[in-house]
Design a protein around this ligand. Structure first.
Ligand code: NAD
Length: 309
């Protein structure tokens, strides 16, 4: 067991990827705060208490866990969650921020509330948990933060709130990594792919069927989506990032799914043009002339204008 004697929090671990992570960490010997308010896919309140079920499953398998039902979006509740961990287990070695929900609409239809809710749960929720936990971790001179971004950070139609939050989580993670590395705290981000209620549900499947019928998806692409692997394939990389052995991995981004883990070459300078005369000032005319053949050479428009019939 790689995490014997360790303790920490997994947010949003009543279901999906969070649950798979909490169960794996507990199996590796860690004591886990299983956080989940049991909200619906769009963040709506429900009577469900999935955290209890996960705690029962962990305890039945011989592990140690306690439940917490707070929202990560609330600053004070996040602080109390960290205290619950230190009160129950004497320390906080890791925080895995998995909690999430969706409010999907095109930007012109999205309400201000849709935007704020998603930013609050994902970006602010990550900050809340990291902020409170790192105050304790700094004193311990040890900590592991694993944040959940998404491949959506690259841009994702119908999800501008979510994509913005997930890109923000990468900036947050890389900054925490730089600020806290010297205290023995690492922060890394995951971009998972797994079948959960977030990614595979009746509405999503109906959408794939429509796209298949319209020829926007091939049969092979449709079948691959329908056979999307489960969240258990994401958990081992998160487990590794919570071990002492991963101490030199800091500020990195990993995509994980069944059979595949890859890094992202993120934020590196790709192509450049230089100007040293005229005080280093490019003119618009020069850019019109040079950019297509230099910075943008061979790079197509990601969403070209449709021609009207
Ligand atoms: N499943 C994927 O393929 C995929 C892809 C990219 C990113 N992600 C990210 O991975 C994470 C987990 O997603 P999932 O697919 O397991 O979704 P899921 O819906 O199965 O689980 C998310 C859990 O988070 C909880 N939650 C929601 N709001 C919360 C809040 N305010 N405080 C605490 N908990 C809250 C929900 O109750 C739910 O149990 C999310 O951050 C998601 O954005 C998932």
């Amino acid at each position: 067991m790689r995490l014997e004697g360790r303790a920490g929090i997994v947010t949003g671990s009543g279901r999906g990827i969070g649950r798979a992570v909490a169960e794996l960490l507990a199996k590796e010997g860690a004591s886990v705060v299983v956080n989940d308010p049991g909200v619906g896919r769009n963040g709506e309140t429900t009577e469900e208490r999935p955290a209890d079920e996960v705690v029962d499953a962990i305890r039945s398998a011989g592990g140690k866990a306690i439940a917490n039902y707070s929202s990560v979006a609330e600053y004070d509740s996040a602080g109390r969650m960290v205290r619950e961990c230190t009160d129950a287990f004497g320390k906080i070695d890791f925080v895995v921020n998995v909690a999430g929900m969706l409010r999907e609409r095109m930007i012109w239809n999205m309400t201000e509330e849709d935007f704020d809710q998603v930013i609050n749960v994902h970006l602010k929720g990550h900050w809340n948990m990291c902020h409170h936990a790192i105050k304790v971790m700094r004193g311990q001179r040890y900590g592991r933060i694993v944040n959940f971004s998404s491949d959506a950070f690259k841009g994702s139609v119908g999800q501008c709130n979510y994509a913005a939050a997930k890109a923000g989580i990468i900036g947050l993670t890389r900054t925490i990594a730089r600020e806290c590395g010297r205290y023995g705290i690492t922060a890394n981000a995951m971009c998972p792919m797994a079948a959960t209620r977030m990614t595979v549900n009746d509405a999503v499947i109906a959408g794939w069927k429509r796209r298949l019928e319209r020829g926007l998806l091939t049969q092979a692409q449709y079948e691959a989506r329908m056979a999307m692997p489960g969240p258990e394939f994401v958990a081992p990389m998160v487990g590794y990032l919570c071990t002492e052995e991963s101490g030199d991995i800091n500020g990195q981004i990993f995509h994980a799914e069944r059979s595949l883990i890859h890094t992202y070459y993120y934020g590196e300078e790709a192509r450049s043009i230089y100007k040293y005369d005229d005080g280093g000032m490019f003119t618009v005319d020069e850019l019109v002339e040079t950019v297509p053949g230099s910075l943008m050479a061979g790079i197509p428009n990601i969403a070209p204008k449709e021609t009207e019939e």
